[in-house]
Design a protein around this ligand. Structure first.
Ligand SMILES: *Cc1c(COP(=O)(O)O)cnc(C)c1O
Length: 411
């Protein structure tokens, strides 16, 4: 398969490993479990250590199986380089570890994955200012910028209330101000949306979710899209400026975050995720169309108070989502009317499973306020638009008719 020709998403992913020589012609990249990598010429080992030639040295900084997955994600995001981490949070934490210093400022969407929200609170306690804004309107982001703002951080479709960030306008604003734009693409995945198209410099993917897809491995990634000009970033250490500027960010992230903090992805997990990624497009198509059918069915029912899904015309960013995304995603949330207890409802479902996690092949449901958003308290939940009865649904790849019947019967 020629590197130059442009193929569709799934063809590209399936044949990604073969772009580089694979051991014994093996069709799957083998799982390399070795921690150390030996050299017959000690000078070559030194040269690899000094970054003068490519090669592996120690498993924490890189591994051939992980590196094949990194290449695959780079292709998915149409980026220039990717780093994998043990979890999605490991990838987001790396941005803080490698790129921010006390006195810096971050503007973040307030509609965030709960643990990312918690991470930014931690960061705020370590001398980095964090402003939380309603990122569905670029004006709020612009108003929060200060001369010390280094990073703007948003999710594409926020989990669990599905607000869609003003992605393109925020990208334009960041470009004008030379600010690094970091977009968490977990909910859309590179199949539905490429943040590079709206000017994101770094893209986060929680590989644990739809990319791996089967709920059997944790992982996260950061992709440098090549859009951001690292030569204007103030905190690149002189050491890392020996490389071409396009590589400064990823080189510093690899050393200062992955190497020094050590949240490395293991080769077995990388293998599971790479196999899962082969069917990402097929799964996202099925799950997105089932999510739309379920959301529409629930919205039409008298017993349901509200349904949040970008695919519904009632969603405030429905038109924007339609312009940006290939489909509206596998995740929606809804609120039952007062008479129905959300726990009773969940217990009546027979296919959907009460469990944390999303992007699984199985449909998973969770009472948000009582679980993943419990720790933050009622006040912060209210500010994020999280109702106490909110149920989050991560739609799997079961047959659509079975899911419709399950959610209907439980009402
Ligand atoms: C799950 C998730 C993460 C974190 O990923 P983990 O692999 O669980 O650490 C980050 N962002 C979003 C949007 C997520 O859904």
């Amino acid at each position: 398969m020629s590197e130059k020709k442009s193929y569709g998403f799934t063809t590209t992913i399936l044949h990604s490993d073969r772009q580089k020589p694979i051991e014994h012609g093996s069709l799957h990249k083998p799982v390399h479990t070795s921690v150390a990598f030996g050299y017959t010429d000690a000078r070559q080992l030194a040269s690899v250590f000094q970054g003068k030639e490519p090669g592996f040295r120690y498993g924490r900084q890189g591994n051939p199986t992980v590196s094949a997955l990194e290449d695959k994600i780079t292709r998915m995001e149409d980026g220039v380089a990717t780093l994998c981490f043990a979890t999605g949070m490991g990838a987001i934490g790396a941005v803080f570890q490698a790129l921010l210093k006390a006195g810096d400022h971050v503007v973040s969407s307030s509609f965030l994955f709960g643990n990312t929200n918690s991470l930014w609170q931690t960061v705020a306690g370590q001398g980095v200012g964090v402003a939380f804004v309603d990122a569905t309107d670029v004006a709020n982001v612009e108003a929060a910028l200060t001369p010390a703002t280094r990073i703007v951080f948003v999710e594409t479709i926020a989990n669990p209330r599905t607000q869609v960030a003003d992605l393109a306008r925020i990208g334009q604003l960041c470009k004008e101000r030379g600010i690094l734009y970091v977009v968490d693409n977990t909910m859309t995945t590179p199949f539905l949306f490429r943040p590079k198209a709206v000017g994101a410099g770094l893209v986060v993917n929680a590989l644990t979710k739809s990319i791996g897809g089967h709920g059997i491995a944790l992982g996260g990634s950061l992709t440098d899209t090549g859009v951001y000009d690292w030569s204007v970033y103030p905190h690149i250490a002189p050491n890392y400026k020996k490389n071409p500027p396009a590589m400064w960010g990823i080189v510093q992230l690899r050393a200062k975050a992955l190497r020094d903090f050590g949240a490395s992805l293991g080769p077995e997990a990388a293998h599971h995720i790479a196999v899962g990624a082969e069917t990402l497009a097929l799964r996202m198509e099925r799950a997105s169309s089932s999510a739309l059918a379920l959301a529409a069915m629930l919205e039409a029912d008298q017993r349901v108070a509200a349904v949040h899904y970008p695919g519904l015309p009632s969603h405030p960013q429905h038109a924007l989502a339609g312009d940006l995304f290939r489909a509206y995603g596998a995740l929606f949330s809804f609120e039952l009317k007062d008479g129905i207890d959300c726990f009773d409802y969940l217990n009546r479902l027979t296919i959907a499973i009460s469990a944390s996690n999303l992007g699984d092949t199985r449909t998973l449901v969770i009472p948000v306020a009582h679980t993943i958003f419990f720790e933050m308290g009622a006040e912060r939940r209210a500010s994020m638009g999280i109702a106490e009865s909110l149920i989050r649904v991560s739609v799997g790849i079961e047959d659509t008719a079975d899911l419709l019947a399950d959610f209907q019967a439980a009402l």
